[in-house]
Write a protein that binds this ligand. Structure first.
Ligand SMILES: Cc1ncc(COP(=O)(O)O)c(C=O)c1O
Length: 410
């Protein structure tokens, strides 16, 4: 695995890199970078059924091949359920903004684990009085399904949940939550941005109406992602972005107002020239991902998470967040300071500048999860996250560094 990722073989600031920040973005395999380079260097032409010369036809074929591979990856019913987006953030904004809220049924429930990509669009709509928003509190990263069920009344139109918190780790029981929601006729949006890094999703059994993910978190390019939705649900969603590629026809007799007739999904959402290179790169990343045995990938990453969480739990100056039994179902461990002199921000500098021969990349801050940090009552936490290419030796070196920092600082 490691040989596939050139970044792992390079030095940062003259030191060997240990990359423990895959929750922010996964490293990119060489084959994705090569595919993008070939696409941009050797192929012109825009797909999207605009120009019809051979170059464009080839690009359009690759674009649709990428759509098919995303549909296969999610076990979707068909290609029309796959909308290309710029990422999870855009998908969440599309669902939040385009959802057909009804009079008397315009409440949205989210959890306090949500990333700002999901939380902020709904918070803003609620601040403007367009929807009502309720935030289901979690306890140490655990979503209490009874508590959630009590919030799902007949005023709720939409439930939006992350499948894996980018702070508390573990996995969220979204299938169970979706079952509760469906009983009440509530639609469900699932944020799979974190989850798909090391898990597989099956939308045919998940029970959700919409699922979003970003290519860059599974080794694909930046600026591209997918919104999956049941075809009927996608076609009920309003569009906020219109332009080239979204209409079947526009009739105009020069006297009355022009009348556009929009395409069905996915075309009606893919306005303007698309990120063809991004989609083609995503296809390459998915091919690699599908070649990995899913259970082995989870066993490897889950084992590393357990080793990391157990090691950190023995360091008295930090507090590991999340329940140990849940953590190993995910791919990351976040911890807060438990000593006045253990500063996550300073620890990050230590990892970058003070380790002889090594540069360890983790993430420190609020991780775009401000709701959860207010709940935790802390300004900054430190997060180490893992991918298929990480090793037990790297986890041990990180733990050594954490112990060394705690000893030096506290
Ligand atoms: C749980 C979660 N949701 C959504 C996002 C947003 O993804 P993107 O920035 O790729 O749109 C992230 C990214 O960190 C995330 O971790």
């Amino acid at each position: 695995m490691r040989a596939l990722y050139p970044a792992l073989g390079r030095e940062v600031d003259g030191k060997a890199l240990i990359y423990l920040d895959s929750a922010c973005t996964a490293l990119k395999p060489a084959r994705v970078a090569e595919r993008l380079a070939d696409f941009y260097a050797n192929w012109g032409g825009c797909g999207g059924k605009r120009s019809t010369h051979l170059l464009s036809q080839q690009v359009e074929d690759w674009f649709q091949e990428a759509r098919r591979s995303a549909a296969r990856f999610l076990n979707a019913d068909g290609d029309n359920e796959i909308v290309f987006t710029s990422g999870t953030t855009e998908a969440a904004n599309m669902v939040c903004g385009g959802f057909p809220y009804e009079l008397g049924r315009r409440k949205v429930v989210i959890s306090d684990l949500e990333h700002n990509a999901v939380a902020l669009p709904f918070i803003e709509r609620a601040r403007h009085g367009e929807i009502e928003l309720e935030i289901c509190p979690t306890e140490n990263g655990v979503l209490d399904l009874d508590r959630l069920a009590a919030m799902l009344d007949d005023k709720v139109a939409l439930l939006a949940l992350t499948h894996a918190s980018n702070v508390m780790g573990g996995v969220v029981p979204v299938a169970e939550a979706a079952k509760l929601a469906r009983r009440k006729g509530i639609k469900v949006f699932v944020d799979d941005a974190q989850y798909l890094g090391t898990h597989r999703e099956d939308v045919s059994t998940l029970g959700a109406d919409f699922v979003a993910f970003s290519a860059h978190k599974l080794g694909g390019p930046f600026g591209v992602g997918v919104l999956w939705g049941h075809e009927t649900e996608l076609n009920r969603l309003g569009t906020w972005k219109l332009g080239g590629g979204t209409v079947k026809s526009v009739s105009w007799d020069l006297k009355s107002a022009p009348e556009p007739v929009y395409l069905d999904a996915p075309g009606r959402f893919e306005a303007g020239v698309q990120n063809f290179g991004g989609a083609i790169g995503l296809h390459e990343a998915l091919k690699l991902r599908e070649s990995l045995p899913a259970a082995a990938l989870r066993a490897h990453v889950g084992g590393l998470v357990r080793r990391l969480a157990e090691g950190l739990a023995k360091i008295g100056e930090v507090r590991v967040l999340g329940r140990p039994a849940d953590l190993e179902k995910g791919s990351l461990v976040t911890f807060a300071s438990a000593h006045p002199d253990f500063s996550p921000v300073d620890f990050n500098l230590f990892l970058n500048h003070e380790l002889p021969g090594r540069f360890i990349a983790i993430r420190v801050g609020e991780h775009c999860a401000h709701l959860q940090h207010r709940r935790l009552g802390v300004d900054a936490t430190a997060r180490a996250s893992l991918g298929a290419y990480n090793t037990a030796a790297e986890v041990d070196l990180f733990l050594d560094a954490a112990r060394a920092y705690a000893k030096e600082a506290c």
